[in-house]
Ligand binder design. Structure first.
Ligand SMILES: Cc1ncc(COP(=O)(O)O)c(C=O)c1O
Length: 334
């Protein structure tokens, strides 16, 4: 990309800057619906972006869990959005940037790729890049990119000035220089050969964990993963996402409860859980250990269904024991 602004305070303000740069209140934006995997700031109803703009939303097919580009194209042609967001917050599959770019060109929309989740994978060569396809790229710097909480907006030269002005003075005041310094360190790390290996290993771990979970009867949205992220529909396990996530937390396994596409349950009590392999990869775990992680997840959920807190506590002890051999980088083993 020609231009980068590293000052957005976080991912949501970065996306809001895109609206300020290109849209007037009431203009049309198209993004993936939140329950389908999109982000709040892609025009969801409770977000300012859904309240102050006219949002139209695409999803994934119920049978495949994947984006249907015929649907996206038909919607874009009918609704003529000024901007189209691709990317999201619960998407386990590769984002087809060329397909979105083609549709955006056909309808004269600005294509914004929000790569918050996968920025580290892209930097490390483990996911295709939107550069050359998207007009604007927004990203947080704290997910797979493994930097401080912050964000960046990248763009072609054509859009640089309007985006800079939207960020400052449009939305923000003084720069958070401490964060910018942290982002510089993160980008330096991401440019090292070791980071390519990290990105590759995140994806390998996710693939191994997805396979092990499937073997244990977990129902994975889209049937698996191409990236760092796994979205599990727990309906068949007879437990909601929230009690499962809470039991897993007590068992020492951190993830979040999440809606799944076409979820019949409410967002605060959804059917699914969402997990990623970035943190355990940073600790040094490898695909060989993923069947054990899947086994713990299965056992903790079974224990939760039986209110067996002793079993949950014993899994937590096993998790602690394994991870004692894989300390946080920079911290001594306990
Ligand atoms: C795709 C995507 N965009 C934007 C954001 C917003 O980032 P932040 O929480 O830094 O505002 C997130 C955060 O989860 C995200 O997943």
């Amino acid at each position: 990309m020609d231009h980068a602004n590293v000052q957005p305070y976080s991912g949501s303000p970065a996306n809001l800057a895109v609206y300020l740069a290109f849209l007037q209140p009431g203009d049309t934006v198209m993004g993936m619906a939140l329950p389908m995997g999109g982000h709040l700031t892609h025009g969801w109803s409770v977000s300012a972006t859904g309240r102050w703009f006219r949002a139209v939303r695409y999803g994934v097919r119920q049978d495949t869990g994947r984006v249907d580009f015929d649907e996206v194209r038909a919607l874009a042609r009918a609704e003529r959005p000024k901007i189209i967001f691709c990317g999201g917050t619960a998407i386990p599959r590769t984002i087809d940037f060329p397909a979105f770019a083609q549709i955006a060109r056909e309808v004269g929309a600005v294509l914004v790729a929000d790569i918050a989740h996968i920025a580290g994978l892209i930097a490390g060569g483990a996911h295709p890049s939107p550069v050359g396809y998207a007009d604007v790229i927004t990203t947080t710097t704290h997910k797979t990119l493994r930097g401080p909480r912050g964000a960046m907006v990248l763009s072609t030269a054509e859009h640089a000035s309007v985006l800079d002005k939207a960020i400052f003075p449009g939305l923000q005041g003084g720069p958070h220089n401490h964060t910018t310094a942290g982002i510089a360190v993160a980008l330096h790390e991401a440019a090292q050969p070791a980071f390519r290996e990290y990105a590759r290993q995140i994806v390998a771990n996710a693939a191994a964990l997805a396979a092990a979970l499937t073997e244990r009867g977990f129902d994975l949205v889209s049937g698996g993963t191409d990236n760092h992220l796994i979205l599990v529909d727990l309906t068949g396990k007879g437990i909601g996402g929230k009690p499962a996530a809470q039991a897993l937390d007590r068992a020492g396994i951190e993830l979040n409860y999440n809606t799944v596409p076409y979820d019949p349950r409410k967002p605060f009590d959804p059917s699914g859980i969402r997990l990623g392999t970035a943190a355990l990869t940073t600790r040094g775990l490898t695909p060989e250990q993923m069947p054990q992680v899947a086994a713990w997840m299965d056992e903790a959920i079974t224990a939760a269904l039986k209110d067996d807190e002793a079993a949950v506590a014993s899994i937590a002890a096993e998790v602690r024991e394994l991870l004692a051999g894989y300390p946080m980088p920079g911290f001594a083993a306990s």
